[in-house]
Structures are given as C-alpha cells and as structure tokens.
Design a protein around this ligand. Structure first.
Ligand SMILES: *Cc1c(COP(=O)(O)O)cnc(C)c1O
Length: 471
C-alpha cells in the first residue's frame, strides 16, 4: 500500500515511514492510504462470519503488503488480540459492541497494541531501543503503556500532570516497571506536551536517543480499529433475522467521539466492504463536528470538561482525514450527528439502565441515547420537517440517506461502548444508584505500588533525566 498525506497528495510513502514518523513533519499533514482495498465478497459473505482475528488478518494484509510477510502479520495479530469485542443485544434492534475487554478496559487497547507490535517489528534489526515519549491527560497513557509493556526493542516514558488525572488513571500509568515508566510533572497537560515536543526538536538529545511518539494520529492505531466494525457488522447482519425479523437491515454504527479516530476507522471498514449503511457522530458538549454537519462551518474551539472526559476535544484531529476523504455533502449523506450535555449524559446512563438493564459508561451512554432517540422518533420528526436548534442537546437537523429505513423500521444499530463503566464508577453510580462491578484487571492495578518519578516542569531537568536514565 502507498500512503499519502492529507495536505499534499503528491507525497508517496510506505507503511513503515508513516508509522515511525506518526505525522508528516514537512507538511503538518496526516498519513492516509491512497486508496481503500476491498475485501473479497466471498470472505465477507461467509456464514457463519469469520472470527475476529481472521478478519483482522485479511483487513491488515493489503495495508502492510510487501512490508510485513503474512506469517509475521499473523503473529502480530495473535499477540495483540488475546481478547475480542463481544456483541451484546440490549433490545431487538440495538446491539452494544463491548470494546473494553482489553487490559486497560477501553477501546484504545485495539489500536495501541497493534501499533506497539508493528513498531517493534520495524525496529527488529536495530541494536538500540526506540524510545517512545508520550504526554497524556489520562487514558491514552495507560493504553500505550500497557500495549508496549515488555514489547522487545521499545521503551516508553509517559508524562502526566501530577494531581490532574483520576486516581485510577494514575494507577494505570504509574505501576509499570521494566521498559515502561511514568513521570509525574508539576504542571498541566499542556506543559507535559511541551516537554515532549521540545525533546523531539532537540538535536543533541536525538543524537543520543532514537525518539518516536505514540500519538493517536498514527495510522497504525487507526487501521486496527476498523477490524471490530467489520466483525460486528457481519455478526449483526447474520443474526438480525432471528432477533428482529428484519431482512437485510441497514446497519448503523453509533460512535461516541472525541478526536474522531474511532469513527474514521468505521469509515475505513465501510469502504472495505463492511455492511454498514451509516454512522452517527455522537459527542458531548464539545460539539465541533455536529456544528460542522449542521452549519457547514468547521470551527475549532477550546475544549470543555464533561463526564465523558475522553471525548473532551474541541479541535478533533481526524477532521483532517474525514474531510480529505469526503465532501461535506457526502458526510451529510452518511452521518447523523447528535450531542448531549452533562445532565443529558447522566440521564442517558440511567435511562439505558431502566429500559434495558444494561450498565453503560458515560461515553457509550451518549451513543445509546442517540440511537434510542433516532429510532423512536427524532429522525421521523426531522423527515416530517421539524428543525432542531443546534444549541439544544439532541439530534442535529441533518437527514442522512438512510433516514427512510429508520422511519420504515428497517435499521438496526451497533452502539460502540468504548470503556468499561467501572472506569467512571462515580458518574455511573450517580445515574443508576449502583456502583459498577470492578473487573479483576482494574482491581489488581489499584493495589500495585505507585512508581511514578516526580519531575519539575523544566526542560533542562527533563533532558538531564532522560540522558541519565535512558541513554
Ligand atoms: C478516546 C476515547 C473516546 C474518543 O475516541 P476518538 O477516537 O478520539 O473519537 C471515546 N471513549 C473513550 C472511553 C475513549 O477513551
């Protein structure tokens, strides 16, 4: 596969370069494949559907062609995914896709674990480790730390703002040993990011250490997230008749979104032949994308803090990819858009629990409520001519091309549940009255000793520490 760049289509590069560089320094653009490969229909139409790992292998193959041989790719996938993504029906036409069965209990495990193994593979003939520096405001750091832990040839340093992340998040970052360590910086997330950025541009440091990032914009985190869209849409297509007597339903993927990496992965799966008719962009009060779909104007803004804090993003980085692939008109045909404020999030968790018995986290709750509203009446009202005020939470006034199948009850929804509810226990308890059960792997982490190293918000001290401890 040849990769190009969102800002300059004359750029041509390979997978390895795209993965190691993360983004194109020369243009500031993001790497994208020049085209979308299609899976063979005989593979997609198998009954029963192929298993998750077989799908992962078939989907990854064209993207790494001539760079990672089949046997090595298979080994990477088997090692990355000892878990998969169960599909849980919560009513006849709603399926929750549980993406939290990885080690850190959030969907970022799917992308980060693939990226770590691919980087290790590309580093295999080097005599020195590749040093990953990552600044985190919470969840990314734990997914990256866990994904790279004990992966040969790689070494990870995580920077986080001391006292500004939740106690559970801190435990998930700071209890590693060996090749992964955390620095608790006396400063903000922006300070952490600045220390990392300064290090990347420091030539004297780079002479001593080979540095790379594990940023969420990396193409090797995006591609593997398409695997679970393909798998779940095939599972749902094959079981739908038995569940709801809808023949050939239109399948709608409902995606709680922040940087829109997950949703972009859904678009890749759709292009590769997944039976997905449309997508719902579901956000919290950081509604830059819903506003864009409603008004046609894309305006970034500072982020605001919400209960669904992994989606507190005012300038979603993957807008750049979505708008490189599609026109606004095409986006409006494919997407519905929906947003909720904090009161709406709490209400959504509690009504999901009341109506279905399912305990959902604050991020997934927005998606559940979006689908519930869309399929019960909100889309029908739009089709009948109602206009919704974009300043009020709910469905945005945009009628996608699949609106009729909603009105005619020919659609089913896949709701992406991006985190385990126990990661956001206090919000969930406030909504349902019950504290969610804590999975063993989270409980264990909570009892491990904290090994984070204190760090001043001072570049020279940070550099000294890196040279003394890593070089
Ligand atoms: C990161 C994250 C999201 C947002 O995903 P994007 O790819 O940035 O849109 C949603 N939910 C949870 C729990 C997350 O950790």
């Amino acid at each position: 596969m040849i990769y190009t760049d969102t800002r300059d289509k004359s750029v041509k590069t390979d997978f390895r370069t795209a993965v190691i560089n993360g983004m194109n320094k020369d243009t500031g653009g993001l790497y994208i494949p020049v085209s979308f490969p299609k899976l063979n229909p005989s593979f997609i139409n198998k009954t029963p559907e192929p298993c998750f790992r077989d799908i992962a292998f078939e989907m990854a193959k064209p993207f790494v062609e001539n760079e990672i041989p089949d046997n090595d790719l298979m080994a990477i996938i088997n090692d990355a995914y000892p878990f998969s993504a169960p599909i849980v029906p919560v009513d006849k036409t709603s399926y929750v896709l549980e993406l939290f069965h990885g080690p850190t209990c959030a969907f970022k495990d799917f992308g980060a674990r693939f990226m770590a193994r691919v980087m290790s593979y590309f580093n295999r003939n080097e005599s020195t480790p590749l040093h990953i520096l990552v600044a985190t405001s919470g969840d990314t750091g734990s997914a990256v730390g866990s994904a790279f832990y004990k992966v040969p040839g790689l070494d990870v340093t995580i920077l986080y703002p001391e006292g500004k992340i939740s106690p559970l998040q801190e435990k998930q970052l700071s209890t590693f040993d060996g090749n992964v360590r955390a620095l608790k910086v006396k400063g903000t997330f922006d300070d952490c990011q600045k220390l990392v950025k300064t290090a990347f541009t420091d030539e004297t440091l780079r002479e001593k250490l080979r540095l790379s990032s594990a940023n969420s914009i990396n193409i090797s985190r995006l591609l593997p997230q398409s695997f679970y869209y393909m798998h779940s849409s095939l599972v749902v297509r094959n079981r739908s008749w038995a569940d709801n007597k809808i023949e050939n339903p239109d399948i709608i993927a409902v995606v709680p979104s922040g940087n829109f990496g997950n949703l972009t992965s859904g678009l890749i799966a759709k292009e590769m032949g997944a039976p997905i008719k449309g997508l719902v962009a579901a956000t919290n009060s950081n509604k830059t994308i819903p506003d864009w779909i409603a008004s046609g104007n894309y305006e970034t803004r500072p982020s605001v803090t919400t209960y669904a804090n992994a989606m507190d993003v005012g300038a979603p980085s993957n807008y750049e990819r979505i708008s490189a692939f599609y026109s606004l008109e095409q986006v409006r045909k494919m997407f519905a858009a929906y947003w909720l404020d904090n009161d709406g999030i709490v209400d959504a968790i509690s009504s999901c629990y009341d109506k279905t018995g399912y305990t959902i986290d604050p991020h997934g709750a927005i998606a559940w409520k979006a689908w519930y509203d869309i399929k019960t009446s909100a889309m029908e009202s739009l089709v009948a001519g109602q206009k919704n005020d974009i300043e009020k939470p709910g469905l945005v006034s945009n009628i996608p091309e699949w609106a009729d199948s909603i009105v005619n009850k020919k659609a089913v929804g896949i709701i992406l549940e991006t985190a385990h509810p126990a990661k956001f226990g206090s919000t969930v308890q406030k909504a349902t009255g019950n504290a969610p059960l804590i999975p063993d792997r989270l409980e264990k982490v909570m009892n491990l000793p904290d090994k984070a190293v204190p760090m001043e918000n001072d570049y020279n001290k940070f550099k000294e520490w890196l040279l003394a401890n890593l070089a």
